[in-house]
Design a protein around this ligand. Structure first.
Ligand code: OFO
Length: 171
């Protein structure tokens, strides 16, 4: 069974994942208003992934015989200056998430909960990818600068992303 400290930390992580989803939905709506449908769609897919992460961690708490706790989900910012600001915020947000994922993995190690440590390794790898994709997008946006034509081409490219559930139902 999952210990008390890990149950609390994982419950807080469920909340953080749902906040991430909320944040990315707010960003997706802002991008839609900027006329960047591809960016909006990319961020919507990202929000769906975050919800899948939250649900996956919630199910893990139950699977380990513990009871998750729930708290209010923080309100995301109401507006964003432009698309560059959005992705700067995506990157700094993901860096913060990486710290909390690492802290839970460290706690699992201290508690000698090898199963939970193993569970967290998926998230450790995922955070490397999430930070890398935010950095790649930011690099492209900085290269594009004020070139609206290239921005629209890039917008189209980002719009090709589709949601794939990382945790298909177990048979
Ligand atoms: Fe859940 O990976 Fe981003 O935050």
């Amino acid at each position: 069974m999952l210990g008390e400290k890990l149950t609390k930390a994982l419950s807080e992580q469920v909340n953080a994942e749902y906040y991430s989803a909320y944040l990315y939905l707010a960003m997706s709506a802002a991008a839609d208003k900027f006329g960047l449908k591809g960016v909006s769609s990319w961020l919507f897919v990202q929000a769906q992934e975050e919800m899948a992460h939250g649900t996956h961690i919630y199910q893990y708490i139950l699977e380990r015989g513990a009871t998750p706790s729930f708290a209010a989900i923080e309100q995301p910012p109401a507006s964003f200056a432009d698309v560059n600001v959005i992705f700067e915020m995506v990157l700094s947000h993901e860096q913060k998430v990486t710290q909390s994922i690492n802290a839970i993995a460290t706690l699992a190690m201290q508690e000698s909960d090898h199963a939970c440590y193993q569970f967290m390794m998926w998230y450790v790898d995922e955070q490397v990818e999430e930070e890398a994709s935010a950095m790649d997008i930011l690099d492209r946006l900085r290269l594009i600068g004020n070139d609206k034509g290239h921005l629209l081409t890039f917008d189209n490219e980002l719009g090709a992303r589709v949601f794939v559930n990382p945790f298909p139902a177990k048979k």
